[in-house]
Design a protein around this ligand. Structure first.
Ligand code: C5P
Length: 223
């Protein structure tokens, strides 16, 4: 009986979009399906970890004795739950497509279509991953970068700015990559290395990501 590679480890994963309410019926959101985060959750569970999955609204379902699934709507809720848990985890992976902004004020009643133009003032949401990076002690930290241009350069900047151990880059320029698809094409970028992977189904991409994490933490570089 071989010990599972992540037995005794706690993994925090954020997944899916966030919905920022405008009024009781409308919100600002994005096209994230949450698939990548849910697949990484399954992989971590299969490797023996305990997982806290903090998920924005998705149609996906998952249950497992070692899974704590926290469903949230807004970036602020995701931030609050994530910060509560961060201290106690060994690995944190931010795959959520968090809305950068939210409406400054929430309209209690449904907004009526009276005006020809309608303005919504937006204010910045907290950056969950950046705050992880600022508070990092022993945690191994993984971020995602979904880019449309200057991909590698932008990803490297995020790696540094958010104090990550590595960043997973997917480009919207690659067919079959990014959100909504069942496949993804990623590169894993560290401070001094870039590893490019072929396009493949998201469960296999999740496995590649954990193989990489395992190779780092078993090197004794962290945890
Ligand atoms: O800076 P940008 O939003 O492109 O960085 C993407 C990475 O940061 C992703 O890992 C995403 O989950 C994370 N993020 C976050 N909180 C935010 C914005 C992004 O955790 N408010």
């Amino acid at each position: 009986f071989k010990k599972m590679p992540l037995y005794g480890k706690k993994v925090l994963i954020t997944a899916g979009p966030t919905y920022e309410a405008i009024d009781p019926v409308r919100y600002i959101g994005n096209h994230s399906s949450g698939k990548m985060g849910y697949e990484m959750t399954k992989t971590a569970l299969n490797l023996g970890a305990k997982v806290i999955l903090i998920s924005g609204p998705t149609h996906l379902k998952l249950s497992h004795p070692n899974l704590e699934l926290v469903k949230v709507n807004t970036a602020q809720e995701m931030f609050d739950h994530a910060m509560q848990q961060f201290e106690s985890v060994n690995i944190a992976i931010a795959s959520a497509a968090v809305s950068d902004y939210r409406p400054k004020t929430y309209q209690n009643q449904k907004v009526k279509k009276t005006e020809d133009t309608f303005r919504i003032d937006l204010v910045k949401n907290p950056d969950i991953l950046k705050t992880f990076g600022q508070n990092k002690t022993h945690q191994f930290l993984v971020g995602f970068a979904l880019e449309t241009n200057n991909e590698v350069e932008n990803a490297k900047q995020k790696l540094a700015k958010k104090n990550l151990d590595f960043i997973v880059l997917n480009s919207l320029q690659d067919k079959g990559a990014g959100f909504k698809n069942d496949t993804n094409k990623i590169s894993i970028i560290t401070k001094d290395n870039i590893k490019r992977f072929d396009i493949k189904p998201k469960p296999e991409v999740a496995q590649d990501i954990f193989n990489e994490i395992l190779s780092f933490i078993s090197d004794g570089k962290d945890n």
